[in-house]
Design a protein around this ligand. Structure first.
Ligand code: FAD
Length: 470
C-alpha cells in the first residue's frame, strides 16, 4: 500500500526525514495543503506566500522525476486538515502518513488533531524532528526547564551533538508510476500586496544549494568580520530557503564540516560564527515550543506585559515608511519593503527603535515584518522582536538601547548602505549621512528625527523601571 508524505515547510527531496521514512515503507504519494486564508490570518504576506507557491512548484517537478505524484488541496483553515488527509488516505488506499514537525502552537495542535483522526481510523500518522538537531525537550537546563537564554542552550547543543544527528537522509530512489490523477497546481489568487521581483528569490532546492555554495566559496571565511556590515553582501541570504525547508540545517552544517576540517566549533572563525546563527534558529524553535505563551502574542518575560506602550500611529507609520529621520532606520525599512529581506544588524536596530525609541508595542512591528519578509518565520521573528524589545530572551537587561546614529557610524562607516537606500542623502558627504545636518534638510525632502535619542531613551527606561519584578 502507498504511504503519504505531507509537505509543509520542508519543500525538498534531499535530506528530508519524513520523506525518507515514507519511502522506506512503500511507494510514496505527496500531499500539500495550501491554507492561504489561515496563513494570512497568521500574518504572512505576499512575498512569503508567493515564494512558498513557487517552492511547491519546484518540489512538484523534483517529485515527478522520482515518479512521486503530488496531490494539492486548498483549505481555508487548519481545522480541515484531518478530514482532508483522511479522505486522501481513503481514496489512495494509503496506510500511513509522515510529516516533519512545525513547532509553533497552532501547527502542533493541527498535527495532534491529524494524528488523533488517523488513529481513530486505524491508520498511522507520524511526525519527524527534521528542522532541528535536537527535538524540543531533548535539551533542558539542569532543573529540567527549557532554556530561556541562548548561550547555555548553545553550549549544551554543541556538547551533545553527535554525527548521527547531522547525518543526511537519502533522497528516495525513483519509483514506478502510481495510478493517481494529479491536477496542475493552481496559481496564487490576487494578494493584498504585490510580491517583490521574483528573480531576487528564485525558489527551490537547486537555488538554495547554489546559494550555500556561493556563500561558502566567497563569503563564509569573511563572515566573522563582515557579517555586521549591511553594505557588503556578506551573509548567506539563505533564510527564506531555511524557513521553507528548501535546504536543511544539516546540509548547511555538513557543508561547513567539509570546508572546516570536520569541525563546527574550531578552525575558521567565519564558519564557526555562521554555525552559531543556525543554533539561534534552533533555539527560537525550542523557545516557541517550550514557552507556548509566546505563540499567543504574549511576552516571554511576563512582567513586561504591563508595559505602557504608546499609542502612536503617526510614529508607527513613519517607521513603516522609512521616514523617521534616522537614516539607518529608514534605509533598513526601505530595504525590507523593496526586497522582502533585511540585514540582521538592521533588524535589531529597527526593531529596537520601534520598541524603545518610539515605545510602540513590539507586536505591531513583528506583524509588519511578517507581512513583508520573504523569510518570515514565526519562531525567529517573534524571538528577534522580543529580544529587541527586552520582553524576551535577551540575557542583557532592558537598558540595552542602541543609539541608531552610532550604530550607523559603526556598521556603515562609509555611508554606502545609506546612500543606496536613501538617494536623497547620497549627495551629502559620507560622514554627514548618519545624522544629516538640519540646514539643508528641507531641500533634501528628508524628515528631521521624529524623536530625540536621549529623551526617547530616558522615556523607555522609565517605562521599564515602572514594571514590577517577576
Ligand atoms: P546568515 O547570517 O547567513 O545566517 C544563516 C541562517 O541562520 C539564517 O538564514 C537563519 O536561518 C539563521 N539565523 C541567523 N540569525 C538568526 C537569528 N538571530 N535568529 C534565528 N535564526 C537566525 N530570521 C528568519 O529566518 N525569519 C524571520 O522572520 C526573522 N525575523 C527576525 C526579526 C528580528 C527583529 C530579528 C532581530 C531577527 C530576525 N530573524 C529572522 C533572524 C535574522 O535576522 C535572519 O535570519 C537573517 O538576517 C537572515 O539572513 P541570512 O540568511 O543571510 O543569515
Amino acid at each position: 500500500a502507498p504511504v503519504l508524505i505531507w509537505f509543509r515547510s520542508d519543500l525538498r527531496i534531499h535530506d528530508n526525514r519524513a520523506l525518507a521514512a515514507a519511502a522506506r515503507q512503500g511507494p510514496v504519494i505527496a500531499v500539500f495543503l495550501r491554507c492561504l486564508p489561515h496563513w494570512q490570518r497568521h500574518g504572512h504576506g505576499a512575498n512569503k506566500l508567493d515564494f512558498w507557491a513557487r517552492g511547491v512548484a519546484a518540489l512538484k517537478a523534483s517529485l515527478e522525476g522520482l515518479g512521486i505524484p503530488l496531490i494539492h488541496r486548498e483549505l481555508d483553515d487548519f481545522a480541515e486538515a484531518p478530514e482532508t488527509l483522511l479522505a486522501i488516505a481513503r481514496d489512495t488506499g494509503a496506510k500511513a502518513l509522515h510529516f516533519n514537525h512545525e513547532y509553533p502552537l497552532d501547527e502542533m495542535r493541527r498535527d495532534a488533531a491529524v494524528i488523533g483522526a488517523f488513529a481513530s481510523a486505524g491508520l498511522a500518522a507520524r511526525g519527524h524532528h527534521d528542522s532541528v538537531a535536537f527535538a524540543p525537550g531533548e535539551l533542558l537546563t539542569g532543573k529540567g526547564d527549557y532554556y530561556g537564554v541562548f548561550t547555555p542552550f548553545a553550549k549544551a547543543w554543541r556538547r551533545r551533538l553527535t554525527p548521527e544527528r547531522l547525518a543526511l537522509s537519502d533522497a528516495p530512489t525513483p519509483q514506478a508510476r502510481l495510478p493517481i490523477a494529479v491536477d496542475p497546481l493552481p496559481g496564487l489568487p490576487e494578494l493584498d500586496d504585490t510580491p517583490v521581483d521574483r528573480r531576487t528569490w528564485p525558489a527551490g532546492e537547486q537555488a538554495a544549494a547554489d546559494r550555500l555554495e556561493r556563500f561558502l566559496r566567497f563569503r563564509g571565511r569573511h563572515y566573522a568580520h563582515r557579517r555586521d556590515i549591511p553594505a557588503i553582501r556578506s551573509t548567506s541570504e539563505l533564510s527564506p530557503y531555511l524557513a521553507l525547508g528548501m535546504i536543511s540545517h544539516r546540509q548547511c552544517l555538513q557543508a561547513v564540516l567539509a570546508e572546516n576540517d570536520g569541525s563546527l566549533t574550531e578552525g575558521d572563525a567565519g564558519l564557526t560564527a555562521w554555525v552559531s546563527e543556525l543554533v539561534w534558529r534552533e533555539f527560537y524553535r525550542h523557545v516557541a515550543f517550550g514557552f507556548p505563551r509566546v505563540c499567543r502574542h504574549r511576552a516571554f518575560q511576563a512582567p513586561t506585559e504591563a508595559l505602557a506602550w504608546r499609542d502612536d500611529d503617526t510614529g508607527f507609520r513613519a517607521w513603516c515608511a522609512g521616514r523617521t529621520g534616522y537614516p539607518i532606520v529608514d534605509a533598513a525599512m526601505r530595504q525590507l519593503v523593496t526586497t522582502g529581506w533585511m540585514h540582521n544588524r538592521l533588524r535589531m536596530i529597527t526593531a529596537m527603535f520601534l520598541a524603545k525609541h518610539l515605545l510602540i508595542d513590539w507586536r505591531r512591528g513583528e506583524a509588519f515584518f511578517l507581512r513583508h519578509l520573504v523569510d518570515g518565520e514565526f519562531c525567529a521573528n517573534n524571538g528577534g522582536w522580543q529580544w529587541a524589545a527586552s520582553t524576551g530572551t535577551d540575557a542583557a537587561p532592558y537598558f540595552r538601547i542602541f543609539n541608531p546614529t552610532t550604530q550607523s557610524q559603526r556598521f556603515d562607516p562609509g555611508g554606502a548602505f545609506l546612500a543606496e537606500w536613501l538617494p536623497e542623502l547620497a549627495a551629502l558627504p559620507a560622514r554627514a549621512r548618519h545624522a544629516p545636518p538640519r540646514d539643508p534638510l528641507e531641500d533634501l525632502d528628508y524628515p528631521p528625527p521624529i524623536v530625540d535619542h536621549k529623551a526617547a531613551r530616558a522615556r523607555a527606561l522609565d517605562a521599564f523601571k515602572a514594571l514590577k519584578p517577576a
